[in-house]
Write a protein that binds this ligand. Sequence first.
Ligand code: PRT
Ligand code: MG
Length: 211
Amino acid sequence: MSASLTIALAKGRILDETLPLLARAGIEPNDDLNTSRKLVFSTNQPDIKLVLIRSADVPTYVQYGAADIGVAGKDVLLEHGGEGLYERVDLKIAPCRLMTAGLADRPVPRGRLRVATKYPEITRRYFLQKGQQVELIKLYGSMELAPIVGLADLIVDLVDTGNTLKANGLIPLDHIMDISSRLIVNRASLKMKNQAVKDLVQKIEQAVAVR
Ligand code: PRT
Ligand code: MG
């Protein structure tokens, strides 16, 4: 008898790219996660279940042990702070870059800049380390609009193809860091359910390696 494990995933690109990895690790949900309205899913492994939550909530569920394991972007993990959890595997999925961006047709003004972002913690640290004073404006999405309407001089956002910036007259400026999704594990689960967690982590590492 092995301990039961709960894995937290988020809908969207993380789910789309994690399901094939789980399948290669021998874990298949019993329902279609993309169409079902359920939040808890059994799998072909009787002792493994999946829960589906918002991506920014994944570290919180794992931190408190409501899920033993989770998949979250490095952006989300840095913003959360990582308390109560361990990052175990770089899944190399959902890759992108965290960047500053501004209007293509206007130079960045001098003096104290206004920066709009969904990532105030990462952004605060980035400009602090550069020794640059900024005023942070926390947004929950559509950051690209902020410079257009004069809400901010710069944004800090994720960039993949660059098409979203371009479509809004913005250009990428400074590369803050590369981002990919990580497998995270609750600290207590790693101790209390050590064998089950180790087995699963190992299978997923193998699935990432053959990808
Ligand atoms: O969308 P929702 O608010 O429900 O949640 P979410 O934004 O947290 O979920 P989702 O699925 O959009 O993103 C989950 C994770 O995927 C993020 O935490 C990142 O680690 C990762 N990821 C990888 C991305 C992108 N690539 C990405 N391109 N997340 C968001 N984007 C957005 C970006 O914010 C911008 O609006 O896509 C747009 C830019 O894309 P390009 O291709 O036009 O440059
Ligand atoms: Mg999104």
